[in-house]
Design a binder for this molecule. Sequence first.
Ligand SMILES: [Mg+2]
Length: 219
Amino acid sequence: MLPRFLVFDLFHTLVDGADGERDRVVGEMAEMVGVDPSALRQAYRDTWDERLTRWSVEETIHILAGRLGVTPAEDAVARAAAHRRALARRVLDAAGPATLEALDALRAGGARLALVSNATSEAAEAWPACVLAPRFDVAVFSSVLGVGKPDPRIYLAAAAALGADPADCVYVGDGADGELAGAAAVGMRVVRTVEHKDTDPTWPGPVIRTLRDLADCSV
Ligand SMILES: [Mg+2]
C-alpha cells in the first residue's frame, strides 16, 4: 500500500544534480568577477556547508572572490549572481515527464508530499515557480531553515508541516550528505533511489530505479 506521507530529496532524486553544468557555470562566474575559474570551483566545493545554510548568492561571490584576493565590482557580482540563479531555474525545471507523472499519481492516490532539500539560496528562490512546486504540499530548504540534512530538525520540520508523525513518513533520496541515515534516525522509513546517481550503495534498505517503482515498493 502506498504511504500517505512522502518526503523527497531534490537533487539526484527528482532532478539530475547537473554537476558538470554547475562547474561550467561557476567557471563563467569566475571570469565575470576576475578570479581563476578552477580556484573558484574549488572554493565553491570547499564551502558547501556555509552555502547550504547561510550565504546568499551575492555573499558567496563576495566572500570567495575575497579569499582569492579580488574585490569585484558590484555590477560584476550582480551579473555572476544572475548567471547562478538562471542555472538554478534550469536545473529545477529539468524534472522529467516520468517524474512529474509519478508525483501526480501519488497525489491522485491521496498522498501528501514534502520536499527536504540541502540546497543553496538560489534553489529555494527558484522553487516556487518551478514545475515541481505545485506537486508538493511542503518544501523545506536548508538555506531557509538554517540547518541541513542529516540534522533531525530539517526532517521534523517537514513532518510537522505535513501534520504527520515521522513514523508515518517514507523518505526517498539518493543518499547524499548522510540523508538516509538521518531520516531513519527520526523514525522515517527510507527508500533509496538510483535513478540519477548511485550515491550511497551500501545503504541496506529498499532501492528503486524510478519514482514509478514507489507504488510497488514495500517499506
Ligand atoms: Mg540528493
